[in-house]
Design a protein around this ligand. Structure first.
Ligand SMILES: [Fe+2]
Length: 550
């Protein structure tokens, strides 16, 4: 059975972002990718033409072979939590018509049935069916689904069952005031950290103290006892609005820290409430808010949490996959294999790469052992772009479309921020480290049963290494690590082992292979454009090395 996931369909009023596609065939995840990687438009909105074509090619099928299309949107959701504003009614009716039209067209053109999966169910499925857990509590937290920004599900062999959620607004409210994710977005906007700059707000929080009162802005004790009110935020802290030309003050940092503290407490309380409901100690998280590594790590620290799984595209970039996985489960072919890596995108052969390099009249040479060659360059203090294998799904580069450097070099973080990523000098970087070596360097990794393969947890650098890796140690001593096993990514693992052989540490600074404002590179052409437009020293692409003359 071939099931394609599509986020989003044509004609809908564009309330969603991170368009993406996925293919699940015979209970196996075959392909998944965000449309932005192909269109080169960050957080692409609209129909995912190119990523859906890639998924079919990867599965060696065409549209006529597709049995079901899973769409992560429920056109009837508004009937559960109705909003009686005229604008909301009109939008829902319009989207209902678009869904109906799309389903009819796909039935006619492809012979495929379209199944609409609620947004948060798609988030939940994207996490649960990749977790490898037999039973888990699933929390989904984001800016907005159809009618909620938080939902709690239980997943087991019977599938996924919604237990409760928190509605976004009342009958006549128009502003999604009760959205957990949009409160984070609003603070990001007050701090002028850019559209989709929530990760910057989290990074900034480490520089501040939680001195501001969020008790009636974001304060969740349980799903029935909460204060979530974005209006109060603007009323109370609107005066802290930062102009782009202004530098970040301690007040700004404290505001970010206060928000982060409120979020962590709220999500931990929701997780605890889920545990009290059924005693299950396995947790899955999904939704854009769960890219917040510090909150995830707070959950992991709790006694009521034994194991935690967060899928790599926890944001809306992963709901096409979630919709496909949910449809697969409903149709009797659930994907039960744990998602062991995120490499579900396109790859390019050495022949294809060499054709691009020679076509661009670039000087290059071939290496027999590219991992060792790249490790030598990194050890010399070079900034190395690393383009290998299938592209990662999700917002983090995980060792196939990455920029790498030596984490022990003082000032390397500032250098990359300034000359490669062209962004604020205080932005932190993360390391990749061999899984078995991670407990040597970081506190508490042992508790993460699945370790941290998707860079979605933070751990504190151990005392004895507190000054050894300045380029990946955040101001508060934490680090958002990626653990790597050989079976997850052999070539990247070899690179880390080669570094260990040279300098004693199987660890590298890893940041996404892109410049400010652009999506992570997808093709060799994207890689060359980004490499030559930024201050990187070398590019390891397939078996080839391209170096800039010094
Ligand atoms: Fe979402």
């Amino acid at each position: 059975m071939n099931i394609v996931g599509i986020n989003q369909i044509p004609g809908m009023l564009s309330w969603t972002h991170d368009s993406s596609s996925a293919l699940v065939a015979n209970g196996k995840i075959v392909a998944a990718a965000e449309e932005e990687r192909f269109s080169r438009l960050r957080h692409h909105r609209g129909y995912p033409h190119q990523s859906s074509a890639f998924c079919l090619t990867q599965g060696k099928i065409n549209l006529k072979d597709v049995d079901y299309i899973g769409v992560p949107y429920n056109p009837y959701a508004f009937l559960k939590h109705p909003n009686l504003r005229l604008e909301s009614i009109a939008r829902n009716l319009f989207n209902m018509a678009a869904c109906w039209h799309y389903a009819r067209r796909m039935r006619k053109e492809a012979g495929a049935r379209t199944i609409f999966v609620p947004h948060h169910v798609a988030h939940a499925a994207s996490a649960f069916y990749g977790s490898g857990f037999e039973k888990a509590n699933i929390l989904t937290v984001d800016g907005s689904g159809e009618t909620e920004s938080f939902a709690f599900f239980v997943g087991d062999s019977n599938g996924i069952r919604r237990v409760w959620d928190i509605p976004l607004s009342g009958f006549f409210s128009g502003g999604k005031w009760r959205s957990i994710g949009l409160i984070y977005t609003s603070v990001t906007s007050l701090l002028n950290l850019g559209v989709n700059g929530e990760g910057k707000t989290m990074g900034l929080a480490s520089y501040g103290k939680p001195e501001y009162d969020f008790s009636d802005i974001l304060n969740i004790q349980s799903h029935t006892n909460y204060r979530i009110d974005r209006r109060r935020l603007l009323e109370r802290y609107g005066h802290l609005q930062r102009k782009e030309s202004e530098s970040l003050t301690q007040e700004h940092k404290n505001l970010a820290a206060s928000l982060q503290h409120a979020l962590e407490r709220s999500i931990v309380n929701l997780a605890h409430e889920a545990f009290q409901y059924n005693g299950i100690k396995n947790f899955c998280l999904a939704g854009g808010v769960t890219l917040n590594c510090n909150t995830n790590s707070e959950i992991l620290k709790q006694d009521f949490c034994d194991a935690l799984f967060i899928q790599p595209a926890a944001n809306d970039g992963g709901i096409a996959l979630g919709a496909a996985l949910e449809v697969a489960a409903r149709k009797g072919e659930p994907a039960t294999d744990a998602l062991e890596n995120a490499y579900l995108g396109p790859e390019f052969s050495n022949e294809a790469i060499e054709a691009v390099l020679s076509g661009a009249k670039v000087k290059y040479h071939k290496e027999d052992t590219i991992a060792q060659a790249a490790a030598r360059l990194i050890n010399e203090g070079k900034i190395v772009a690393w383009f290998q294998g299938r592209m990662e799904m999700g917002p983090r580069a995980l060792g196939n479309r990455s920029i790498l450097a030596d984490p022990s070099v003082l000032g390397m973080d500032e250098k990359i921020n300034t000359f490669v990523k062209h962004r604020e000098s205080w932005r932190p970087f993360a390391p990749s480290v061999i899984e078995e070596a991670a407990p040597t360097y970081f506190e508490g990794v042992e508790k993460a049963s699945k370790k941290s393969p998707y860079m979605l947890h933070t751990f504190y650098v151990k005392e004895e290494y507190s000054s050894a890796f300045p380029a990946i140690t955040h101001v508060d001593g934490s680090s958002r690590i990626q653990t790597v096993r050989r079976d997850q990514n052999e070539r990247y693992y070899d690179l880390l082992k080669a570094l260990e052989a040279i300098n004693g540490h199987p660890m590298v600074l890893n940041t996404s292979f892109n410049d400010k404002g652009e999506p992570i590179v997808c093709t060799p052409q994207d890689a060359l454009r980004c490499f030559f437009a930024t201050g990187m020293d070398a590019l390891a692409i397939g078996d080839f090395i391209v170096e800039k003359s010094s």
